[in-house]
Design a protein around this ligand. Structure first.
Ligand code: DC
Length: 212
C-alpha cells in the first residue's frame, strides 16, 4: 500500500507521515529532505542557486545516507530548496529514487508536494494537509526556538507565504491537491488529533475497497 501525503510548508505533513508509517509498519520518506539535500550541496559549495546545471548535478549525486543531517531542517536550507525544486530537470532526476522507494514492500508513506499528483498518481490513499499560514508560522517558530535557533514569527510567516506562492505557481509539479485527495485541515488539531484524522481516512478508504 502507498500513502501519499502532500501539503504546504510547515503543515505538519512530515510528522503525520512519520506517525502513519509507524502505525502501519510502513517505510517513510520525507521527500522535502531530498530537495533540501540538493540545496545544501549548492550552499556548501557556494554555488549560485540560479545555476540549474549545478543543481541537476547535485541531484544526480545525492547520498541518502546524509538525509538525517539536522542542518537540512533549517529555514535557510528550506528556502534554497524551494528555489532548486522549481527546476524541471532537478525534479526529473529525483523521480526514479522516489518511485523505487514507494514500490518496495511492505508499503510506504511519502510526504511532499507532488506525491499524489506526479510521483505516485496511483497511490492507494492520498491526503492533502492544510493549515492556516498563521498557525504554521506559530508552529515553525516554536520548533526553531526548541532547537535553540532565533526565530521571529512575523518573518517566519512572510517566509511561509513566499514559499507557498513559489511552490503553488511553479510551472512543473506545482503544489495542489490531486482530484482524488482527501483534505485534512489541521489548523485546530494537535498532532494526535491529526494522526487520528489521517488514520480514519486510510481506514475509510480500506473499508470502501472491501465493500466493492
Ligand atoms: O516540505 P519541506 O519544507 O521540507 O520542502 C522543502 C522545499 O522542497 C519546498 O519549498 C518545496 C520543495 N519540495 C518539492 O518541491 N516537492 C516535494 N515533493 C517536496 C518538497
Amino acid at each position: 500500500m502507498i500513502i501519499a501525503i502532500d501539503g504546504p510548508a510547515a503543515s505538519g505533513k512530515g510528522t503525520l507521515g512519520k506517525r502513519l508509517a509507524a502505525h502501519y509498519h510502513f517505510r517513510h520518506l520525507d521527500t522535502g529532505v531530498i530537495y533540501r539535500a540538493v540545496a545544501k550541496a549548492l550552499l556548501d559549495a557556494r554555488v549560485d542557486l540560479a545555476d540549474e546545471a549545478a543543481a541537476v548535478a547535485a541531484a544526480m549525486e545525492l547520498d541518502p545516507e546524509k538525509f538525517g543531517d539536522p542542518v537540512l531542517k533549517t529555514q535557510a536550507v528550506g528556502d534554497a530548496a524551494s528555489v532548486v525544486s522549481a527546476y524541471p530537470r532537478v525534479r526529473a532526476a529525483l523521480v526514479t529514487f522516489q518511485r523505487q522507494f514507494a514500490a518496495e514492500p511492505p508499503g510506504a508513506v511519502l510526504d511532499g508536494r507532488d506525491i499524489g499528483t506526479v510521483i505516485c498518481p496511483d497511490a492507494d490513499v492520498k491526503i492533502f494537509v492544510i493549515a492556516a499560514p498563521e498557525v504554521r508560522a506559530r508552529r515553525r517558530t516554536l520548533e526553531a526556538k526548541a532547537r535553540g535557533e532565533a526565530a521571529d514569527e512575523a518573518l517566519v510567516l512572510a517566509d511561509i507565504v513566499r514559499r507557498d506562492d513559489r511552490d503553488k505557481n511553479r510551472a512543473v509539479a506545482p503544489l495542489r491537491p490531486a482530484p482524488d485527495a482527501h483534505l485534512l485541515d489541521n489548523s485546530h488539531l494537535d498532532i494526535e488529533g491529526g494522526v487520528r484524522a489521517a488514520i480514519a481516512i486510510v481506514e475509510a478508504v480500506r473499508a470502501g475497497r472491501q465493500r466493492v
